[in-house]
Design a protein around this ligand. Structure first.
Ligand code: H79
Length: 435
């Protein structure tokens, strides 16, 4: 059914592939990979432009091989990727005509964005670009208080005259470059607006209209606007195509005031940093990542999982190993993720349900070892067949002898022919397909 609000109607069309894809790679990479203390290092340590300049002089990612990144993403089961074309430090990974502060002017001399786009497209992945609205390097930013600007306590810097509108022109000019010189871009991922920054701060209506004119299919996140306008049920030009909860999964997904689903994507780090951090070993387990991906999908959301390549351009070994394990689970169980969403069933104690949006098939993700059969509330007699997703093997629908007091509920055991009390296989996350 078509929505009567044209903003929502167009959004529903544009986001179709995105909702199907469910899993993407976020890549945070830039000069901050050299100090290796996270992408906020300039702000946290109050590093001046001059002191930070040494990383620009030094930058030389000899091992940058975006084809290898693309293969790792594909093997992990990811369907799209978003690279930081410019982060808050203002360093551009592309050959912008509007600045000298760019990768082509460093030792490496390469247009890192162009190479990323070509390599990921070649693997059949959709491509997105992250662009920071904040810019700690540009001489006309900020025209007003940025509470975490690296130079916020430097008197001379604070008093310098700035023309903020020139910065906004620069921002618009760079986005235009990215959307005209680099072929088909699937996502523009803006980051971010403080509460005192509205869409008007960035002249966001013009920015969005330009993007839609140049690339009508493009998806835009919801960070051009400091408010939650995407959730109002009456979104406007720059409310964005999807909500972008950061480092959290909302309790009930994201819906508008009338309970209608709003596309959303949780962005999540693998350890505790977006940019490369040499001593952060706080990696999440593959099992946790799989469960969190299932959780996102069960709430109609996507997961954008981050990697932070190092100064040479290598994705950390720990990250690659997690991605491989998630990928091997997805190769067997991907049909419970891609094209799936909320199942419309109450959340079971033992795990989560997802459901394929087109076929209506239900997937039971069993996270917890069961005592005897897995119990599915109220589905007795409503399921004709149950298959273990990873190998297609039959799970009998027959009622175990000890369940007669619970006639409304469906019970099943994994691979146990007589349905007696046996433990579940101790696999990472067993998924059953119910039809
Ligand atoms: O690009 C990634 C982050 O750098 C950026 N968004 C993701 C996708 C971002 N993270 N946090 N924020 C933006 C908001 C600011 C958080 C802060 Fe802080 C809290 C700034 C100062 C205190 C975290 C802790 C960053 C520095 C110290």
């Amino acid at each position: 059914m078509q929505n009567s609000n044209p903003v929502i109607r167009d959004r529903n069309q544009r986001t179709e592939w995105f909702l199907e894809a469910r899993f993407g790679m976020f890549i945070h990479w830039g000069l901050y990979a050299i100090p290796a203390r996270g992408e906020w290092v300039r702000s946290v340590e109050k590093i001046s432009n001059e002191a930070y300049q040494k990383y620009f002089e030094e930058f030389d990612p000899v091992a940058y091989d975006p084809g290898a990144w693309a293969k790792a993403a594909k093997k992990a089961g990811m369907k799209y990727a978003v690279l930081t074309a410019k982060h808050h430090d203002g360093f551009c990974l592309f050959d912008s005509k509007l600045t000298e502060y760019k990768s082509t002017n460093t030792k490496c001399g390469r247009d890192l964005v162009r190479e990323f786009l070509e390599a990921f497209r070649a693997e059949g992945l959709k491509v997105g670009l992250y662009y920071s609205l904040l810019d700690w390097h540009h001489e006309d930013y900020p025209a007003f208080g940025d509470p975490f600007h690296p130079m916020r306590e430097n008197e001379e810097y604070k008093d310098r005259k700035r023309d903020f509108s020139r910065y906004v022109d620069y921002l618009h000019g760079q986005v235009k470059e990215l959307l005209t010189e680099y072929g088909h871009i699937d996502i523009m991922w803006y980051d971010f607006s403080y509460d005192n920054m509205t869409g008007e701060t960035w002249r966001a209506a013009d920015l969005v209209n330009m993007a839609r004119q140049l690339q009508p299919h493009i998806l835009i996140d919801n960070r051009l606007d400091g408010s939650q306008s995407i959730k109002t049920g009456n979104p406007f030009t720059y409310s964005g195509d999807f909500a972008s909860p950061e480092q959290l999964i909302p309790a009930n997904g994201v819906t508008d005031g009338s309970g209608n689903p709003v596309p959303w994507e949780a962005c999540i780090t693998l350890n505790n940093n977006w940019g490369y951090h040499s001593s952060d070993r706080n990696y999440k387990s593959p099992k946790l990542i799989i469960r969190k991906l299932v959780e996102c999908v069960s709430k109609n959301g996507n997961m954008l999982l981050n990697v932070g390549p190092d100064a040479k351009g290598q994705i950390p070994e720990e990250s690659l190993s997690i991605l491989e394990q998630v990928g091997s689970w997805l190769r067997q169980n991907g049909s419970s993720i891609y094209g799936c969403g909320k199942a419309g069933l109450p959340k079971p104690d033992w795990g989560r349900f997802t459901r394929n949006i087109k076929t209506g098939k239900i997937y039971a993700h069993v996270f917890e070892q069961s005592i005897g059969a897995v119990c599915v509330e109220n589905l007795a007699g409503k399921v004709g067949s149950i298959r273990l997703l990873k190998d297609g093997s039959e799970i009998p629908v027959t009622r175990p002898w000890n369940t007669h007091d619970y006639p409304e509920d469906l019970f099943f055991n994994f691979g146990i022919p007589d349905g007696a009390t046996y433990p579940l296989p101790d696999d990472i996350d067993t998924v059953a397909e119910l039809e």
